[in-house]
Ligand binder design. Structure first.
Ligand code: PLP
Length: 432
């Protein structure tokens, strides 16, 4: 019955683990171990040769991390997942798993600033060129593609603009050409299931809504198991040609007996092995605690954020409210196509008084925390022009949707009356 369920509320509690086989413990144990005893030399050899799947060393796999991986994969309708040390590690590895020096990836321009830096600078320095395409026009992805393009990349609900990405449109272009769409679904878990719309891989920063309690950094890569890698051998050489780093394994062949998981097994057994950005079992445990209430929290975040957007829209000091419910035309159509059950917990707004008003507003907040994070149970606020986006030129700030007076809110699950009261008193200070 549990295995038949497609309901995230149920899967978050029961998928991948019911009770500890040794002790019967119902809460997922923290397997705080580095290594695992092999039964004998044949067993060890089989594990290393992938003839048998099992635990070898915690840099590559761990039973606590495994529960997190199985649960999120089940909730998203994927085939398998890989837990890693942070959302940044997840996005870097998701691309490095397919693209080598000389290859390129086409990415949406609407990205988290850290991902932008990773793409524009660090991956570029490693020889992986990231070409940026405006998601307003899905065909921009096709135009930026050449024979060395290995993946498309986007965020479901990117802040600060909060324009939902055209997942099905770009995924369909990629599927014609043999190019998988990788979607960062960090801001919209539960609300959006990117595999249902044709995405091939999902990445998460579990640091945000999935963990939810602001206590652990983590990331996940989820393999949809729905991409025909073997039909595009020239487009996807990383999975279709012998891999010298794993005694010549051709990944699409090597994992056939296990399932449609070539992409994620390669990421685990080569990239995680070599780069070492493993999630600690303790953090996995904390993130699992968060996951158990994710669906409830996302509903509450969305409800409160909607109330905040409606309230701010009627406030004299507020020049503009950025929230999917305030959009129209194609942007609104995309929000309503790809998000269901709410628009998420993020709200942006612009203060008429510009940078100085933004600064005064943030300094006057009493309950909202002034932090560089989103997706915590607590309400959070930041003034991007003077913090997260301060390294960008004024032109790049504007292009990324950050004006001088822009304030980003990650609306928490406190009582809505208290949230609105704090905003009102801070707005009064900002406009005084
Ligand atoms: N993706 C998105 C959408 C984010 O907001 C963030 C962090 O803010 C990341 C990825 C990176 O995640 P982490 O901080 O866990 O490395």
């Amino acid at each position: 019955m549990i295995h038949d369920s497609t309901h995230p509320e149920t899967l978050a509690l029961h998928a991948g683990y019911r009770a500890d086989s040794a002790t019967g413990a119902v809460a997922v144990p923290i397997y705080q171990t580095t290594s695992y005893r092999f039964r004998d030399t044949a067993h060890a050899a089989d594990l290393f040769a992938l003839k048998e799947l099992g635990n070898i060393y915690t840099r590559i796999m761990n039973p606590t991390c495994d529960v997190l991986e199985q649960r999120v994969s089940a909730m998203d309708g994927g085939a398998a997942a890989l837990a890693v040390a942070s959302g940044q590690a997840a996005s870097a590895m998701a691309l490095q798993n397919l693209a080598r020096a000389g290859d390129n990836v086409v990415s949406s321009t609407d990205l988290y600033g850290g991902t932008w830096n990773l793409f524009a600078n660090t991956l570029g320095d490693q020889g992986i060129e990231i070409r940026f395409a405006d998601p307003a026009d899905p065909e921009a992805f096709r135009r930026a593609t050449d024979e060395r393009t290995r993946a498309y990349y986007a965020e479901t609900l990117p802040n600060p603009k909060l324009h939902v990405f055209p997942i099905a449109e770009v995924a369909a272009i990629g599927r014609e050409l043999g190019i998988p769409l990788i979607v960062d679904n960090t801001a919209a878990p539960i609300l959006c299931r990117p595999f249902d719309h044709g995405a091939a891989v999902i990445v998460y920063s579990t640091t945000k809504y999935i963990g939810g309690h602001g206590n652990s950094i983590g990331g996940l890569i989820v393999d949809g198991g729905n991409f025909p890698w073997d039909e595009f051998p020239e487009r996807q050489p990383a999975l279709n040609t012998p891999d010298p780093s794993y005694h010549g394994a051709v990944w699409v062949e090597a994992v056939k007996p296990i399932g449609p998981v070539a992409y994620i097994i390669k990421a685990r057994t080569t990239l995680l092995r070599d780069l070492g950005a493993a999630l600690s079992p303790f953090s996995a445990f904390q993130i699992i605690q968060g996951l158990e209430t994710l669906a409830l929290r996302v509903r509450e975040h969305s409800r409160n954020a909607q109330a905040v957007a409606d309230h701010l829209a009627g406030h004299a000091a507020v020049a503009n409210v950025i929230h999917p419910s305030r959009q129209d035309g194609e942007a609104r159509r995309r929000a309503d196509t790809y998000l269901s059950g709410g628009y998420g917990g993020l709200v942006g707004f612009e203060l008429g008084g510009g940078r100085e008003a933004g600064r005064r507003f943030i300094d006057a907040l009493e309950m909202f925390y002034h932090v560089a994070n989103i997706g915590d149970v607590r309400s959070l606020a930041i003034h991007p022009a003077s913090t997260t986006h301060s390294q960008l030129s004024p032109e790049d700030q504007l292009a990324s949707g950050v004006s001088d007076g822009y304030v980003r809110l990650s609306v928490g699950i406190e009582h809505i009356d208290d949230i609105l009261a704090d905003l009102d008193q801070a707005l009064a200070s900002a406009s005084a």
